[in-house]
Design a protein around this ligand. Structure first.
Ligand code: GH3
Ligand code: MG
Ligand code: MG
Ligand code: MG
Length: 309
């Protein structure tokens, strides 16, 4: 069952799960205006809808249902990475404190007892949808660099740790590229900080566009420094990638009259490749970062606009 209003604005989708047809109809009537609504008469069907192409933004679930009850349904939603972010509100005649506790312990965000007061149910759904939106925004901005809009250092740290563990298990090498803009202080001094910011944005987006393989990562490490993580990548492939990145930055040809290297903004790249070992904990992502950083300085000392590996 699905109803849809004629408003063109984005409507959030509510999934109602209840074995009782009257209960479903009552809730559908309550939310008819302002929401997209899907309904399921049993938990199995609701689980299918939750992983469909058009998943719900929030779920209102009954507890007493034949076959699978609301608790088990909630546990299943919360253990599946595809659905665990969807808030669940129990709406039920089961009203002992113990039952409420159990609902919250399983990850439900709210617990409403029947008979319910309709405006309160609406208010709570609205509240939890607002909280979910804010949560998603916070998560997004916590990991995105505000200037360049590519992932930030915090995200880089997460990615390198995760890929390190994965590589340790699989025995594949990881390559790390450390990228630093050449004579960027002179660029700022000559053209001003505003132009400097714009330059960093353009360099970041040119490099990000170049990475095609799923799993390859670019982040802003700090200032005018960027880091690229290439999982399952040996040294020769990493060097090829570095050349492609350098060409991409040469390609946007941002004029730099104060550079001793070229008439445009250039980058230097240091590369390190390591195969982590599950059994050797003395080797850490920091070793890889330090090695790539050292190589980057080597590229600088060789005259800049170089790749060192
Ligand atoms: P090198 O070729 O040796 O890398 O020289 P450099 O001038 O690029 O290196 P240095 O570390 O001396 O200067 C980096 C400059 O980057 C200084 C700093 O003001 C500038 N910078 C760092 N972050 C930002 C930013 O967010 N915006 C702008 N406009 N400039 C930044
Ligand atoms: Mg029931
Ligand atoms: Mg630097
Ligand atoms: Mg620099």
């Amino acid at each position: 069952m699905e109803t849809q209003g004629d408003s063109k604005t984005h409507r959030e989708k509510l999934l109602i799960v209840d074995d009782n047809k009257q209960n479903i109809e009552l809730l559908m009537e309550l939310f008819r205006s302002g929401y997209k609504i899907a309904a399921a008469r049993n938990a199995q069907r609701a689980l299918k809808l939750a992983i469909s192409d058009s998943p719900p933004d929030i779920i209102l679930s009954d507890i007493l249902m034949p076959d699978m009850d609301g608790y088990e349904f909630c546990a299943k939603i919360k253990e599946d990475p595809r659905t665990k972010h969807i808030p669940i509100i129990f709406i039920t005649a089961v009203s002992e404190v113990m039952d409420e506790n159990r609902g919250f312990a399983l990850g439900a965000v709210d617990y409403i007892t029947k008979p319910f007061h309709p405006p309160m149910v609406k208010a709570r759904v609205k509240l939890h949808l607002n909280l979910k939106r804010k949560q998603e925004l916070l998560e997004k901005y916590a990991f995105i660099d505000a200037l360049t809009e590519i992932p930030n250092r915090r995200r880089f740290n997460e990615v390198i740790e995760k890929e390190w563990r994965r590589a340790g298990r699989s025995g594949y090498p990881i390559s790390l590229l450390f990228i630093d803009v050449d004579h960027f202080k002179a660029y700022n001094d000559t053209y001003g900080h505003g132009k400097g910011d714009e330059c960093l944005r353009r360099i970041a987006s040119a490099m990000a566009r170049t990475l095609r393989r799923a799993g390859d990562f670019i982040g802003r490490y700090g200032g005018e420094e960027f880091a690229v993580v290439l999982p399952d990548t040996k040294s020769d492939k990493a060097v090829a990638m570095a050349k492609t990145l350098q060409k991409a930055v040469d390609g946007i040809a941002i004029f730099h009259g104060a550079s001793s290297v070229a008439s445009h903004v250039t980058i230097s790249i240091g590369i390190a490749t390591v195969t982590p070992d599950d059994k050797d904990i003395s080797l850490t992502p920091k070793n890889l970062i330090d090695a790539a950083d050292k190589k980057m300085y080597e590229a600088k000392s060789r005259g800049r606009h170089q790749i060192a590996y």
